[in-house]
Design a protein around this ligand. Structure first.
Ligand code: TYD
Ligand code: MG
Length: 460
């Protein structure tokens, strides 16, 4: 019989496992993402941590669903409403949360603030750092405020020492900053390698569930290099949060992409200040601040992020191109969607975009993946191309189809109410949605059937 292989290949982007190396991952189609790591079987299980046998034993019998009692999980509030919102109402005891994001985006700052709030409220927290020295952490903490004795720090990268520190301190919440610096002696490979990252996460998961401590794990997102991306951990942890934003802008978005204890796709919005992160209570006003007056190529639309409507300004710059192949770029909106909408304008309105460079931007740097913004994108592009300014009190909401028709989207009313709250006076909406919106007052609704009608309405 062939000897069982003791290494396995993984895709470091999506975690796909294979016995053979491949240039392109069959699951996520990324190139050059396969790395070799010891297989789980060859990793010797440490005492007390052996994987449960799959065979049913006397005390492992199937139970009737009706006999199971649901325990109401206790949530600890973080003291930051935006953070609680993304977690689904607070921290669940014994949960493992991954906080991913680009290096330097503010993950350590966010978690240090979390520790401050929790320790101020009388909860015990332990912050384990493998990246910075204790005095570096102190420097950051000094910008944030004063900490009491409930917050303890440990600079360590050996996971066995980390584990025993957590067991002896028994904090309510522990932070591991970051998973890529931790190593377990039970596994081969350098810290940050796929095998190490997976094994360390496994140990932390069992620890969290075993003793009921909530653990936040920081993971840097890196596309290439030796450090394993946090993507491969997503399926192992309870909750995955991504902290994103433009490093040069001050806003930061905390996005839930997986949550076993709450809804996903919630976002929390923060602003990075010199004294740490500040919650943004009214993101629409924040996103619209500093809007230019009477400029062409700009219009506001409303996106639903999680359960919350957020107004965003869409800007387009359209300039004659000297190149045979005009330049296109999009920030905050899917590049292919922009090209599709440009093609709709070219075909249905006869605008010659093939002779123009076009740049599209969602101001504030927030990334939006919603077709509800299509109409605003089309208006911004046409306004940039024809060089007219759209009235500043106008907002446009609707999906644009390939024949240039304007279609209704979900939660129209919530979007329009948000615009009304922020003082907008006119809303261009799909005609098909007008009937359902007839009870809204205080803002003028104008229904349109297609892109051409919409542009005629906003063109002064
Ligand atoms: P950091 O939390 O160290 O990022 P990460 O852990 O994700 O790598 O924060 C990085 C940046 O945030 C750094 O460039 C400095 C800035 N910053 C502020 O602007 N204000 C502050 O109060 C703090 C603590 C950091
Ligand atoms: Mg950090």
């Amino acid at each position: 019989m062939a000897k069982a292989k003791d290494t396995i290949f993984f895709c470091k982007e999506c975690g796909f496992e294979s016995a053979k190396w491949a240039g392109q991952c069959p699951a996520c189609h990324e190139w050059n993402t396969f790395v070799e790591a010891p297989s789980q079987k060859s990793v010797k299980a440490a005492p007390g941590r052996a994987h449960a046998s799959l065979r049913l034993t006397e005390d492992k019998k199937p139970v009737a669903m009706s006999e199971i009692e649901a325990t109401v999980s206790v949530r600890t509030e973080t003291g930051m409403k935006e953070f609680d919102r993304v977690l689904g109402g607070g921290i669940i005891k014994g949960s493992l949360v991954l906080v991913g994001g680009d290096p330097g985006i503010g993950k350590s700052t966010l978690l240090t603030q979390l520790c401050k709030n929790l320790s101020d409220a009388g909860h015990k927290v332990l912050y384990i750092t493998g990246e910075e020295s204790l005095s570096q952490i102190k420097l950051r903490a000094d910008r944030i405020g004063t900490f009491n004795g409930n917050m303890k720090l440990l600079a360590e990268t050996d996971l066995e020492i980390v584990e025993s520190a957590i067991r002896s301190e028994m904090p309510e919440v522990a932070i591991i900053d970051s998973i890529q610096t931790m190593f377990s002696a039970d596994t081969t490979g350098a810290p940050g390698s796929v095998g190490q990252v997976r094994e360390c996460t496994n140990i932390l998961m069992q620890l969290a569930k075993g003793i009921g401590v909530s653990i936040f794990v920081v993971g840097h997102v890196t596309k290439e290099g030796v450090v394993a991306g946090p993507r491969i951990l997503e399926h192992m942890v309870d909750t995955v949060l991504y902290f994103e934003g433009d490093k040069h802008a001050s806003y930061r978005v905390l996005r839930g992409v997986k949550n076993r204890f709450g809804s996903t796709n919630e976002v929390g919005i923060f602003e990075m200040r010199s004294e740490g992160l500040k919650e943004v209570a009214n993101p629409s006003a924040f996103m619209l601040s500093g809007r230019p007056e009477n400029a062409s190529g700009s219009i506001v639309s409303c996106s639903i992020e999680g359960t919350r409507p957020i107004l965003v300004e869409i800007q387009a710059l359209v300039a004659r191109s000297g190149l045979g192949n005009p330049r296109r770029s999009s920030t905050g909106i899917d590049y292919n969607r922009m090209n599709l909408l440009i093609a709709v304008l070219e075909k249905r309105l006869g605008l010659h975009f093939s002779e123009c460079d076009a740049y599209l931007n969602v101001v504030g740097g927030i990334r939006i993946n919603e077709t509800a913004l299509d109409l605003a994108v089309v208006i911004a592009l046409a306004s940039g191309y024809m060089d007219f300014a759209v009235d500043a009190g106008t907002i446009a909401i609707g999906e644009v189809g390939l024949s240039g028709e304007v279609r209704s989207v979900n939660l129209m009313e919530a979007r329009i109410q948000e615009a009304k709250k922020l003082g907008f006076t006119r809303c261009i909406v799909p005609k098909g949605a007008m009937q359902a919106l007839k009870n809204i007052d205080g803002i003028a609704l104008e229904g349109v059937d297609n892109v051409k009608e919409a542009i005629n309405k906003v063109r002064k």
